[in-house]
Design a protein around this ligand. Structure first.
Ligand code: PMP
Length: 295
């Protein structure tokens, strides 16, 4: 699904066939989860492949490398240029892009002085599908911000996402909602959360969550469309009184929730602000909104 023998990746300054690369079995990323990555989307538009917010994603990648003390000197501009070339070499337009910085062979617990840049991409349809999600509150909490850099996409952090998704799926749900260390609603395993109550939208503030690029795009869209949106903490009891709810993420885009545990969100999805934002977001990623405005 992700690659075949013709697939080209970018590896340490070169475009190479994926099967020509050997990974280092002594890499700190493999042993301790010390690596940073990104998840980016490219969309097929009338003007060709369009990568959505590449600078923002590469800025976050560079931030992750910095806080983990990983040596990484590429600029956002260089990385964006390389990524467009990579899409072209693989003949991809609708794609998911996965940049990954791995650390070198080093069994100590200080960051290796060597790092590798890998950029992979593959054909991408919709991640969660168009159907509304049945979500379970996870027994796992999001990591404590005093234990790690929660805004950095560090590979090792994703154990928490895997545990909570496994738990949800094993119990027949589609996805997991995680609380933070104070018992407030935090986010989904790989997406941010918004709730709608009495015509207003609420989303948890930064600090205990991933600062999602889709989340900030949606907040900007709300401001533009005149929707009330507030960043504030809310408890599980409050979200279970909401009229509607949705997740946001690069992969998920904007996706509505049908239920949380045994609570069914009462507002028809098509009547919700989330539904309107889902449609606006689809236009935004394709570059249609700015075009519409310019005409
Ligand atoms: N939360 C978590 C834990 C994530 O991994 C992601 C995906 N990066 C998000 C939220 C959504 O972030 P974005 O909108 O930047 O994809």
């Amino acid at each position: 699904m992700y690659y075949n023998e013709e697939t080209i990746i970018f590896y340490n300054g070169e475009f190479v066939k994926v099967n020509d690369i050997k990974i280092d079995l002594y890499s700190q990323s493999l042993h301790y989860g010390n690596g940073v990555f990104e998840g980016i989307r490219a969309y097929n538009t009338s003007k060709g492949a369009r990568i959505f917010k590449p600078y923002e994603h590469y800025k976050r990648l560079k931030y992750g490398a910095e806080v983990m003390n990983i040596q990484f000197d590429y600029s956002e501009e260089e990385l964006t240029e390389i990524t467009y070339q990579l899409l072209e070499r693989n003949g991809l337009k609708d794609a998911y892009i996965r940049p990954l910085i791995t650390t070198g062979a080093d069994m100590s617990l200080t960051t290796s002085t060597k790092a590798n840049l890998i950029i992979q991409c593959w054909e991408w349809g919709k991640y969660m599908g168009d159907k509304l999600l049945r979500v379970k509150t996870s027994k796992f909490q999001r990591p404590n911000p005093n234990a790690c850099f929660v805004e950095a996409k560090v590979t090792g952090h994703y154990i928490n996402s895997i545990l909570s998704t496994n738990e949800a799926k094993q119990e027949g749900y589609d996805e997991a909602l995680l609380l933070d260390m104070n018992g407030n609603v935090a986010e989904c395993s790989g997406a941010n959360v918004f709730m709608q109550k009495d015509g207003k939208l609420y989303t948890p503030p930064r600090g205990h969550i991933m600062a999602g690029i889709t989340r900030s795009t949606v907040i900007d869209l709300c401001k533009e469309l005149g929707f009330y949106v507030e960043e504030k903490h809310f408890a599980l009891e409050e979200i279970k009184q909401a009229d509607s709810c949705f997740f946001t993420g690069t992969a998920a885009e904007v996706v509505g929730l049908q239920s949380l545990d045994d609570y069914e969100f009462p507002l028809e999805w098509e009547q919700s602000l989330g539904y309107q934002l889902m449609k606006e977001y689809k236009d935004e990623v394709l570059g249609l909104r700015t075009k519409a405005k310019a005409v």
